[in-house]
Write a new protein. Sequence first.
Length: 212
Amino acid sequence: MPDQDYVGKEIYIGSNENKVDIVDVTNKSEPKLISTFLYDHQYTHQSWLTIDHKYALLGDEVDEVDPSAGYELKSDAKTRTIIIDLTDLDNPKHHYDYYAETKAVDHNGYVNGTEFFLASYTAGMRVLDVLNIDQKSISEKGFFNTFNDHHDHDHGSFNKLSTRQQDPGDHIGKKGESEAFNGAWSVYPFFKSENIIISDINSGLFIVKKQN
């Protein structure tokens, strides 16, 4: 924990739709709000800490789409990750925004070592190198695209496996009809075997492993 004021404390970092709340939950019967991080939110969805707990990598689930246009991807959309500096938990600061070359919505992401494994819906799983995050330098080092666009290609049974109504995110209405919310929903990169699990809303479960 880089903030020495909270060494030994149990800290909750909550992505709460329009903000990030940082809460001391050491005393379960009396949680204490430490601070709130605000930004140009659309839908504050999920964050994960770097190994040294200095930064939180935050994903906003709606900033790449246009709600007024049926939640379709913006023409100039690039997958964005918001990096929060947690050096001072009483005053979290915006470190910088990383924009990927992928035109996709980001969903669940997890840090393992110096790598950030990000489920990016129609762009599949992206693996980002966060070793130089201090210098505001993040780069993609690998990916696995689980998503099959059955509107453009025939993938046999893949386009028959799942429907939008089975999305665990419970996307309904216009959001549920948007193609932008198909594809890789989550990823798990913490097995000792180094196998990586990817769950795809339409195509099912994938088990992959990094190539040398």
